[in-house]
Design a protein around this ligand. Structure first.
Ligand code: HEM
Length: 538
């Protein structure tokens, strides 16, 4: 049964957890009746047939038959660890969240993942990586569900099923496993040029991280913080790895995918086991919460844009240390359920249309994946704050609720749970104004510029990094069957940079598109050269 341990999240691990599910010295049925044999089914004579009456055989096989649950519709392959987040207190000026106060230590559970491959796919494929953190704060669970790339493919969640359909293995042959060259992916990202920025990051070395321990993480969207005085600030969240950012080179990634498909999860678990606890600093870029929600010409609600750190420096607010491996992959890494709606007082969302759709999607998908509405009771998902809700019954209910009146107010249960006043620790949505407008299926004009930031990223690369990007596009596009898709991709590249386009075209053996056949770049670059106002925390 291993040593008696309680994980940093306060969840029982090892022997403690085993005792909940397994106790006593004898092997038993699920009902606790001791067994004398588990290797032979009950038969009519030693040569059978097997009798339907064998309840142990049926219980054992039936349970096994139902061991699998659906894998996540995206981010199916992951690895996770427990840890602790220690706040520096620097964020208290902008957020009243209790876990951000100086020296407060909060247990966390972090799951890293690839996006497109299935649960059994390889770790080192070229793909975006998930970086999801569950903070078990004293005010409830806060989930920061981010990626290792600071921008996203699309600007509106309504396109999420489309980009994922395009990125997942082809419907006919189920090739490839993860985001490597395939026509549907390149078809989508060249027809929706808002995907250019994210795709360029994927084709850079960021798409093949050396280790989960050496990845940055990004909340991507702009969030809204609110402080004790009610003042609001817009922010972007960043995780900065203490080990620095490192990538594999493509040949290493390919070899590792074959030789050791578990390369990243082995690296993470091994480092923690050896006591080399990975660490990240959490930081925020802060922006004034103006009605325009725009900073230095960049629309803060557009998730395909970054705000360069030269314009808004990342200000550290706390330290994350991962210090314990899960003791049961299924119970913890597989059953953990992250959700952007898991917010605590002091942290709120914005109107980013991608974020808004995510607020619906996670809970919805988890109802299927985790079998009904009670997965919040699973040990890994349980909040460390007291729970007094009026949710009752349902599939997989494990709580035995007291009382007869799960509604409020009532006069039968000897008093109701208190409602917190707005000033006594309740989560209160920031009363942000909503534009008086007509209903329309349209994006703002400020979402139209799809190329100036990819160009900025390309120009920031060293010659070696550029070589890698050219090689990645050439390799991936070289695997497309449709000539028209390759040609369209070259048009997109021409809008990023002429040299990039010409080099990839040469690698593909195709002519680079002529200057006048380029896609229309809808506008001038935002005023990136102008240093915007920053809000230092101290
Ligand atoms: C899962 C990040 C956009 C739907 C995940 C996970 C991460 C993530 C890290 C894995 C969570 C885990 O480890 O369990 C992001 C980021 C996005 C983004 C950073 C954009 C900024 C979207 C959008 C949708 C979506 C737009 C849908 C409209 C989902 C779903 C899952 C998921 C359904 C599976 C959740 C589960 O089964 O528990 N996402 N995602 N994501 N995401 Fe996203």
């Amino acid at each position: 049964h291993g040593p008696e341990t309680v994980s940093p999240t306060g969840q029982p691990t090892g022997a403690e957890q085993a005792r909940v599910a397994q106790s006593g010295a004898y092997l038993t049925t699920a009902q606790g009746a001791r067994l004398y044999d588990t290797d032979h089914s009950l038969k009519a004579g030693p040569r059978g047939p097997v009798l339907l009456q064998d309840h142990h055989l049926r219980e054992k096989i039936t349970h096994f038959d139902h061991e699998r649950i659906p894998e996540r519709v995206v981010h199916a392959r992951g690895a996770a660890a427990h840890g602790v987040f220690q706040a520096y207190g620097t964020a208290t000026a902008v957020s009243k969240a209790a876990f951000l106060a100086k020296d407060v230590e909060t247990p966390v559970f972090v799951r890293f993942s690839t996006v497109l491959g299935s649960r059994g796919s390889a770790d080192t494929v070229r793909d975006t990586r998930g970086f999801a953190t569950k903070f078990y704060t004293e005010e409830g669970v806060f989930d920061l569900v981010g990626n290792n790339i600071p921008v996203f493919f699309i600007q509106d969640a309504i396109k999420f099923p489309d980009i994922i359909h395009a990125g997942k293995p082809h419907p006919d042959r189920e090739i490839p496993q993860a985001q490597s060259a395939h026509d549907t992916f390149w078809d989508f990202v060249t027809l929706h040029t808002e995907a250019t920025h994210h795709t360029l990051w994927n084709m850079s070395d960021r798409g093949i991280p050396r280790s989960y321990r050496m990845m940055e993480g990004f909340g991507v969207h702009t969030f809204r913080l609110v402080n004790a005085e009610g003042a609001t600030t817009l922010v972007k969240f960043h995780w900065k790895p203490k080990l620095g950012v490192h990538s594999l080179v493509w040949e290493e990634a390919q070899i590792a995918a074959g030789v050791d498909p578990d390369f990243h999860r082995r690296d993470l678990a091994g480092a923690i086991e050896a006591g080399a606890f990975p660490q990240w600093e959490l930081g925020i870029q802060t922006f004034p919460d103006t009605p325009e929600q725009n900073f230095a010409g960049i629309d803060l609600l557009d998730p395909t844009k970054i705000v360069p750190e030269e314009l808004a420096p990342v200000q550290p607010i706390g330290l994350l240390t991962l210090n314990a491996n899960p003791s049961n992959y299924f119970a913890e890494t597989e059953q953990v359920a992250f959700h952007l709606g898991h917010l605590v007082p002091g942290i709120d969302v914005t109107d980013d249309p991608l974020l808004q759709g995510r607020l619906f999607s996670y809970l919805d998908t988890q109802l299927t994946r985790l079998g009904g509405p009670n997965f919040g009771q699973l040990p890994i998902n349980r909040t460390h704050a007291p729970v007094n809700d009026m949710l009752r019954d349902g599939m997989h209910q494990t709580a035995v609720h007291r009382g007869v009146a799960p509604y409020r107010p009532n006069s039968l249960d000897g008093g109701c749970p208190f409602l917190a006043g707005e000033s006594t620790g309740a989560f209160v949505e920031v009363p942000a104004a909503v534009a008086a407008s007509v209903k329309e299926r349209k994006a703002p004009a400020s979402f139209d510029d799809h190329f100036s930031q990819p160009r900025l990223f390309w120009l920031s690369m060293t010659p070696t990094e550029r070589e890698h990007i050219i090689a990645a596009y050439t390799f991936e596009l070289g695997k497309c069957y449709e000539q028209a898709i390759k040609e369209r991709a070259l048009l997109v590249l021409a809008n990023i940079d002429t040299e990039l386009c010409e080099q990839v075209a040469a690698g593909l053996g195709l002519p680079a598109p002529a200057g006048d056949s380029r896609l229309t770049d809808p506008g001038p670059s935002p005023a990136l050269s102008q240093l915007g106002q920053t809000w230092p925390l101290d």
